[in-house]
Write a protein that binds this ligand. Structure first.
Ligand code: ASP
Length: 323
């Protein structure tokens, strides 16, 4: 009996090795856990576009929004680990979620085969064009004076805009009213329509509207300014200490995906990040291209572990929870 089981296991390995060799033979689905048009979606489309050329198969983006990105990531984590369903996660789904969802159905540190980091995305504090403040100091003063009357947009509990928004509120000690969206793409539309007050979001979503003057930007939450928005001061330059945060997006496959397939996907991602046109598209939006050392599956695994460890106490101290 033991022999038969071992024999079957060996056969299974042989089949999966053969499948890995010929992979991919049909289109690959990349689950984006937020609405179309937002930063996760945009990064997935830019990077996926080039990856599909290397892989010789289309990468089809499927937007599965809800619960701050955890709905889509849960579905992706539970799909067949055959390389035909992958996902674009981020600092929220793979960093903040465990602190905010006590019954989260996946463990970011254990249930994935990391592929690689796709882009770094500094956080920017943006507001509707008519917001009655002209700089960060005026904005903070207004927030403190008006409390719940101010509406903060975010992409669901545990999303980057939510976690960084809570973090911002805890630094400046205010409690705005939170307004939930299925992604910061739709949130940005409402910001442009002046129907919500502000948000803290990933640069790749908001840079074009800041450049075009359709929304206001008060500061970028990184130690250095962004080359894409050279006139925008850092939070520190604008007089605010303690609010520095940069997010990231990364490609994952479900746990159990074979190492050969992980390698093929990682190679395709690395090629995309080395491609001049792909790089330019990301850089023009203020994205930060991962360094060689940051692009490996092992580096992504480490990043996820350190992000979960970093955000859990911050979010618990802020008293945030989804349930
Ligand atoms: N940037 C969003 C977030 O707050 C999600 C998105 O629409 O990509 O997590």
């Amino acid at each position: 009996m033991k022999k038969i089981v071992l024999g079957l296991a060996a056969l299974g390995l042989a089949v999966s090795a053969a499948q890995a060799q010929t992979y991919p033979q049909r289109p690959i689905t990349m689950i984006v856990p937020f609405a179309a048009g937002g930063p996760t979606d945009v990064i997935a489309r830019i990077v996926g576009d080039h990856m599909s050329r290397t892989l010789g198969q289309q990468i089809v983006i499927e937007n599965v929004a809800g619960a701050g990105g955890t709905t889509g990531i849960t579905r992706a984590a539970q799909s067949q680990p055959d390389g035909y369903t992958i996902m674009m996660g981020h600092m929220g789904t793979h960093g903040a979620a465990p602190a905010l969802y006590p019954s989260l159905k996946y463990d970011p540190t254990k249930d994935f085969a990391p592929i690689g980091l796709a882009a770094g995305t500094p956080i920017i504090i943006v507001a509707k064009k008519d917001f009655p403040a002209k700089d960060l100091k005026g904005f903070v003063d207004y927030m403190k004076a008006n409390g719940e009357k101010v509406n903060m947009a975010h992409a669901g509990v545990g999303s980057v805009s939510h976690m960084t928004g809570i973090f911002f509120s805890s630094v400046i000690k205010t409690k705005p009213t939170m307004v939930t969206y299925r992604g910061t793409g739709p949130a940005l539309n409402d910001l442009m329509a002046n129907s919500v007050d502000y948000m803290t979001d990933q640069i790749v979503n908001v840079a074009p509207q800041i450049q075009g003057g359709t929304i206001k930007a008060f500061a970028i939450a990184t130690p250095e300014r962004s080359p894409a928005l050279p006139n925008l001061p850092t939070t520190k330059e604008a007089g605010l200490d303690g609010f520095e945060v940069s997010a990231w997006n990364a490609v994952f496959a479900p746990k159990g995906t074979s190492p050969e397939i992980v390698k093929k996907l990682n190679d395709a991602l690395v090629k995309a990040l080395d491609d001049e046109n792909t790089k330019k598209r990301l850089l023009d939006l203020g994205g930060v291209i991962p360094t060689g050392a940051e692009r490996t599956p092992a580096a992504l695994q480490k990043l996820v572990e350190s992000e979960v460890a970093r955000w859990t106490p911050v979010l618990k101290a802020a008293g945030a929870t989804a349930e």
